[in-house]
Design a binder for this molecule. Structure first.
Ligand code: MG
Length: 337
């Protein structure tokens, strides 16, 4: 018995659902020899962690655009917080922690520069539509490495269906979907307080009475609630009472922080215009501005130009998008010898 087989045997003893076992994965599009030390989900997690799209998350907006302060969340630290919350819940419920972690680390790979502002702009410009969750799937199925990461179906489903309106088919995917909301709601409040655009007392009292009055208390309450509500049958859910409180706080955040006119979002218009300008210029002269890899894909003629331009812009970090914009639209400063 090799190490992977030993881990798979231990999963049978620990995990509560047959369908969570890595040996029961629906598998990859291209079959591969199994690893001798890692299960398929451990392998997927490692592939995501080592990919370039994952590293670019460090300079992508969470809420505050290209923040200068070191303590604000970026897409990368958000992703790590989601993964930590999701793993705690998965372990408590005896779900597959490796599958949960793989989905969590991959869930936001498709985000554009400047967060939802960038996403909105690409969605309005591209005739084929654009969303960060579909883009996440394009990245892992096609773009990363030129061929995609060949992940298991369970991980891809979790990435695709992590957002508000969708529902993944695995319990592990549902854990990540809830953990994403738990993480962003709380750390966005924390960052908004840090940025002096919100005081804890500005948030409505009623949901705070239910969830707690600090970052720590609220995370603790929400995580415990998911565990307590799901522990009996292993079907992941939140209690209606706590979910309502969470949604009320979320709504309050929409009214104060997430809305376009808020202090946190006042630069978003500029970010949208910048993404729009990059898109139009690249559509006009793709061979001049697209990188070599995109031009090769253009010659293969598998995807429309609009989609290739979206792929390239969506892949950019905030910093890189600003640099490309500067290179294209601003005159180069004369450097003295
Ligand atoms: Mg997220």
């Amino acid at each position: 018995m090799n190490i992977r087989e030993d881990i798979e045997a231990r999963e049978k003893l620990i995990l509560r659902h047959e369908r969570s076992l890595s040996i029961n994965s629906l598998g990859r599009d291209v079959p591969e020899e199994p690893s001798d030390t890692r299960t398929c989900y451990m392998r997927d997690r490692d592939r995501i962690l080592h990919c370039k799209s994952f590293r670019r998350l460090k300079h992508k907006t969470q809420v505050f655009l290209a923040p200068e302060g070191d303590h604000y969340r970026t897409r990368l630290t958000h992703t790590l917080e989601v993964a930590q919350i999701a793993r705690s819940i998965a372990r408590a419920l005896r779900l597959n922690e490796d599958l949960t972690e793989a989905i969590a680390l991959g869930h936001d790979l498709g985000h554009t520069p400047f967060g939802h502002a960038g996403e909105r702009e690409l969605a309005s410009l591209c005739p084929y539509g654009f969303s960060h969750y579909s883009q996440g799937i394009r990245i892992v199925e096609k773009l990363e490495n030129g061929t995609g990461l060949n992940l298991t179906l369970e991980v891809r489903d979790g990435i695709k269906n992590h957002s508000m309106k969708a529902m993944p088919f695995t319990e592990e995917g549902k854990v990540v979907r809830l953990s994403d909301k738990i993480a962003y709601l709380n750390h966005d409040i924390d960052d908004a307080v840090r940025a002096h655009i919100l005081k804890e007392e500005d948030l409505p009292l009623e949901p705070r009475e239910v969830l707690g009055h600090s970052f720590r208390d609220r995370i603790n309450c929400l995580v415990h609630d998911v565990i307590d509500s799901s522990i009996e049958d292993g079907v992941v859910r939140m209690s209606p009472h706590v979910e309502t409180a969470m949604m009320d706080l979320r709504e309050a955040m929409f009214a104060t922080v997430y809305n376009i006119g808020s202090e946190a979002k006042k630069e978003e218009k500029k970010a949208e215009e910048m993404i729009g300008a990059l898109y139009r210029r690249m559509m006009e002269s793709p061979r001049k501005y697209l990188p070599e890899a995109e031009i090769r894909r253009l010659d293969l003629d598998q995807d429309p130009l609009e989609v290739l331009v979206c792929d390239y812009i969506a892949s950019m970090s905030d910093n890189y998008a600003m640099k490309v914009y500067e290179d294209i639209f601003l005159p180069t400063r004369w450097k003295t010898m």
